[in-house]
Design a protein around this ligand. Structure first.
Ligand code: ACO
Length: 419
C-alpha cells in the first residue's frame, strides 16, 4: 500500500493507495472530506473508481479484455451459458456443474401464463427495449424477494430471452412461440423469434453460432453506464429484477447500447446519400453539427476495442457462409479506413467499438434493427447479475455521490402578489 499526498491551502494530507492485481493504482479518498472539507469533482466519472471488482479486466490502452482472467479472444469457442456461469460464479463450470446449470436455464424459460397478458397492453409500435425493461421489472411481482438468489438468477437469465422474443412477436403481430427444451440458449431464442405455428422451422447452425459469439462478446464490460446503474440501484437494497431493469433502461441510450441501432441507421443514411464517406467524417468533426460517428470512440479503449476486431472478422465469415452480400459491410469497412487515417480521429484515439460491426451481423441473422439493443441486453445480463451479486457479497454502502452546488445562495421567499 502506498501513499498519495495532497496539498490543499498549504496543508498536507496523506491518503492511502490501493493496487489491483494488474497493477492499477487507486487513491483511496474515503476520508478526504472528513480530513479537508473538500470533495472531488469528476463529471462523467472518467477518473473515479466506484468499486473493487474481480470480474472483468480491461486495459483500454492496450486493447485488452478478460473475463475472470480469460482473454476474450479465447472465449469465442465457448458456450454463452458457460461464460454466464464463469462471470456469475467465478470459475468455469465442470461437466456436472455445466449440465445442471444448462438444465435449469432450459427448464425456467417459460413465462408465467399471466405475464403474456402484459404484452396485450403495449402498443404494437412499442420499442422492444421498453417492453424488456418493463417485463424484467415485472418479474419481481412474481418472485418478490431474493431469498433464493441462485434461483432468481436462473429465472432471469432463462426468461429474458423468452421476453425478448415475445416483444418481437408482439411488434409484428405473430403468435408467441414457446421455448423448446431440446435447444440450447441461442437456438431457443432463434426458434422463439423466427418460427411460426404454421410450418416447421429449422435453426440455421451458422446463425446460432454467430449469436452465441455475439452474446459472449457482450457478456460483461466492468463499470460502464448500465452496469454502474445496476450497482447504483442495487446499493439501495433493491432486488435483482428491479436493479437489472434499470440497467436495461440505461443501456437503451444511443451513447451506450443503443449505438448498435444508430450505426446501422447512420450507414443507411450514408448509403442513401450516395455512399460518400468524407461528408459524414467532416460532419462528425464539426462539433456544431451534433453528428457523431456512431460506433466510434470509447471512454476506456484508446486503441482497438478487441471485440470489434473479433466481430469484423466474424461479419466477413458469417456473411460469406450465409451467402449474403451486404453493401453496408463494405460501407462500414470503408468508413473505418477513412476515419482511422484522419488526424481528428487519430489524435483523439477514436477507434471502432463493439457496436460498429455487431449490427451488420444482426442484420445478416435476420434480426430487425429495433431489436439490436435487446440483443446487447441479453448478452450483458450475466455481467449485470455478476456485478450485482459481487456487490451484495462484498458488502456495500448506498451509492450516494456529492455535488458542488452552484445555485442561488440563501434568499427570502416572497408572496406571489409581491413578485
Ligand atoms: N464522433 C466524433 N467525435 C467523437 C466521437 C465520435 N463518435 N467520439 C468522441 N468524439 C470526440 C469528442 O467530441 C471529443 O472531442 P474534443 O476533445 O475535441 O472535445 C473527444 O472525441 C473525446 O470524446 P468524449 O466525448 O470526451 O469521450 P467520452 O469518453 O465522454 O465518450 C463515447 C465516449 C460516448 C463512447 C463517445 O465516443 C461517443 O459518443 N461515441 C459514439 C456513440 C457510440 O458509439 N457509443 C457506443 C459506446 S460502446 C458501448 O457503450 C457499448
Amino acid at each position: 500500500m502506498g501513499t498519495a499526498k495532497l496539498i490543499l491551502d498549504g496543508k498536507e494530507h496523506d491518503f492511502p493507495t490501493t493496487t489491483g492485481s494488474e497493477g492499477e493504482v487507486g487513491i483511496d479518498i474515503a476520508k478526504l472530506r472528513a480530513a479537508t472539507g473538500a470533495i472531488t469533482l469528476d463529471e462523467g466519472y472518467g477518473n473515479t473508481g466506484s468499486c473493487k471488482s474481480a470480474i472483468t479486466f480491461i486495459d483500454g490502452e492496450r486493447g485488452i479484455l478478460r473475463y475472470r482472467g480469460y482473454p476474450i479472444e479465447q472465449l469465442g469457442a465457448a458456450r454463452f451459458t458457460e461464460i454466464a456461469y464463469l462471470l456469475i460464479y467465478g470459475h468455469l463450470p465442470n461437466a456436472a456443474e455445466f449440465e445442471a446449470w444448462r438444465d435449469k436455464l432450459t427448464r425456467h424459460s417459460l413465462l408465467h401464463e399471466d405475464m403474456k397478458k402484459f404484452f396485450e397492453g403495449f402498443p404494437a409500435t412499442a420499442h422492444p427495449m421498453a417492453m424488456l425493461s418493463a417485463m424484467v421489472a415485472s418479474l419481481s411481482t412474481y418472485y418478490p424477494d431474493d431469498q433464493d438468489l441462485d434461483l432468481n438468477i436462473v429465472r432471469l437469465l432463462a426468461k429474458a430471452k423468452t421476453i425478448a422474443a415475445f416483444s418481437y412477436k408482439k411488434s409484428i403481430g405473430q403468435p408467441f412461440m414457446y421455448p423448446r427444451n431440446g435447444y440450447n440458449y441461442a437456438e431457443n431464442f432463434l426458434h422463439m423469434m423466427f418460427s411460426v405455428p404454421a410450418e416447421p422451422y429449422e435453426v440455421n447452425p451458422v446463425v446460432a453460432r454467430a449469436l452465441n459469439l455475439l452474446l459472449i462478446l457482450h457478456a460483461d464490460h466492468e463499470q460502464n453506464c448500465s452496469t454502474s446503474t445496476v450497482r447504483m440501484v442495487g446499493s439501495s437494497g433493491a432486488n435483482l429484477f428491479s436493479s437489472i431493469s434499470a440497467g436495461i433502461s440505461a443501456l437503451w441510450g444511443p451513447l451506450h447500447g443503443g449505438a448498435n441501432q444508430a450505426v446501422i441507421e447512420m450507414l443507411e443514411r450514408i448509403r442513401d446519400d450516395g455512399g460518400g464517406y468524407q461528408k459524414f467524417i467532416d460532419l462528425a468533426k464539426d462539433k456544431e453539427s451534433g453528428f457523431k460517428l456512431m460506433g466510434f470512440g470509447h471512454r476506456v479503449y484508446k486503441n482497438f476495442d478487441p471485440r470489434s476486431l473479433i466481430l469484423k472478422a466474424a461479419a466477413d465469415e458469417v456473411l460469406d457462409e450465409l451467402g449474403i452480400d451486404d453493401p453496408l459491410l463494405d460501407l462500414a469497412k470503408g468508413l473505418e479506413r477513412v476515419a482511422l487515417e484522419d488526424s481528428y480521429f487519430v489524435e483523439r484515439k477514436l477507434y471502432p467499438n463493439v457496436d460498429f460491426y455487431s449490427g451488420i451481423l444482426y442484420r445478416a441473422m435476420g434480426i430487425p434493427t429495433n431489436m439490436f439493443t435487446v440483443m446487447f441486453a441479453l448478452g450483458r445480463l450475466p455481467g449485470w447479475i455478476a456485478q450485482w451479486k459481487e456487490m451484495r457479497e462484498e458488502g456495500y454502502r448506498i451509492n450516494r455521490p456529492r455535488q458542488i452546488y452552484i445555485g442561488e445562495t440563501a434568499r427570502d421567499w416572497v408572496p406571489v402578489e409581491r413578485r
